[in-house]
Design a protein around this ligand. Structure first.
Ligand code: DOR
Ligand code: ZN
Length: 382
């Protein structure tokens, strides 16, 4: 597997000026270009992960500690079987997740509920009253893993969506249409035109996070939209284009949804995330599946990235000389959008390479992590 995209390799020869660089030095880059003022460590406000899958009770103990070691808060996705649909269910799930993190991490799970055709206004009110449910996740039915309970037509969820808007909660959107006649690479762009814009016409105050954006279309739409519209960005959609799926054969561990797109989209998404625009923030979409469920005739979508999430973002931002924008993206913009206080602790990234293991324990199986067997140049200091 070639885990080093050209853009990252390019970064090895680029000059960048990160904020709060604690040491500076000159080195000779891979192509013999002298690199000056290279960051050897970077300290930032402790970040939050605004899009995370940790799965059910039998597995979450194996993945939550990876996230809690670095991130103060995470927004936990509700696509379990059956899905997390009420505040009561979310409360129980939240307790399990909190208990799986070492107490010294002070980790806070925040929750989003699974929106269905049958979500009631009363359920939305109870979710709001809970104090820990930040919003509802809109999965178009059939769009992705465990989305069969999802919304078949947003008109059916209109009343619930109006209540979400009225209460100032957030609708987290998996932005892909699902019609079989739409090419899988066009599903996000179509969703914006056919679903999201009409939805916002009906509910202009609705606060929306377009989750895991993958296209120039989404990056431009969010940048041009009013302040109530934001987006999360995953590491994989900034580090790889769709060629990664087919390099030398089919690569199931690069398969996620929305699927990786062509290079011009990767570049546009990375440019938006690293621009300093407050509408873009960190959401890994770390989505572990047992190895056998990925390496299969019909493999599951999802990339597990929690083991090195912040280092992956540092690689992406470094590749475009934007390490100085990492703190806003990772630690400020999401908290501000969710109207929560910014974290007060800090974490430090060190330029210290390490090799990602081939697999990690995951319930009674194993999960193959992003960059398995490859080197990652950044480490989060203990
Ligand atoms: O790749 C993905 N995996 N995309 C999603 O939307 C869901 C996620 C999962 O739950 O596995
Ligand atoms: Zn997800």
């Amino acid at each position: 597997m070639s885990a080093t995209p050209r853009s990252v390799a390019r970064a090895l020869t680029s000059t960048f000026r990160p904020r709060r660089v604690t040491t500076t030095r000159s080195t000779v880059g891979k192509r013999g270009v002298v690199r000056t003022r290279a960051a050897s460590s970077l300290t930032l406000t402790r970040p939050d992960d605004w899009h995370l899958h940790v799965r059910d009770a039998s597995k979450l103990g194996d993945v939550v500690p990876f996230t809690s070691a670095t991130f103060k808060r995470a927004l936990i996705m509700p696509n379990l079987t059956p899905p997390v649909r009420t505040a009561e269910e979310a409360g129980k799930y939240r307790d399990l997740i909190a208990a799986a993190a070492p107490a010294s991490d002070g980790f806070e799970p925040h929750m989003t509920l699974y929106l269905t055709d049958n979500t009631t206004v009363e359920q939305v009110e109870a979710a709001h009253a809970s104090g820990f449910v930040r919003g509802y996740k809109l999965y178009p039915a059939g769009a992705t893993t465990n989305s069969e309970y999802g919304v078949t037509d947003v008109a059916k969820a209109q009343k619930a969506i109006e209540k979400i808007a009225e209460l100032g909660m957030v609708l987290q959107v998996h932005g892909e249409v699902t019609h079989a006649n739409v090419d899988v690479f066009d599903r996000e762009a179509k969703f914006i035109k056919e679903v999201l814009i009409p939805l916002l016409d009906r509910a202009p105050e609705l606060r929306v996070v377009m989750e895991h954006i993958t296209t120039r279309d989404a990056a431009e739409f969010v940048a041009a939209a009013p302040e109530n519209i934001a987006a999360t960005v995953t590491p994989q959609h900034m580090l790889f284009n769709r060629n990664a799926l087919f390099k030398g054969g089919i690569r199931p561990h690069f398969y996620c949804l929305p699927i990786l797109k062509r290079e011009e989209h990767r570049e546009a998404v990375l440019a938006a995330a690293s621009s300093g625009n407050k509408k873009f923030f960190l959401g890994t979409d770390s989505a572990p599946h047992p190895k056998g469920a990925k390496e299969a005739a019909c493999g599951c979508a999802g990339i597990f990235s929690a083991h090195a999430a912040l280092p992956f973002y540092a690689m992406a931002f470094e590749s475009v000389g934007a390490l100085d924008k990492l703190e806003g993206f990772a630690s400020h913009n999401g908290a501000d959008f969710y109207r929560l206080p910014r974290n007060t602790e800090t974490v430090t990234l060190e330029k210290k390479a390490w090799k990602v293991p081939d697999e990690y324990k995951f319930g009674d199986s194993v999960v193959v992590p992003f960059y398995a067997g490859e080197e990652v140049p950044w480490t989060v200091a203990a």
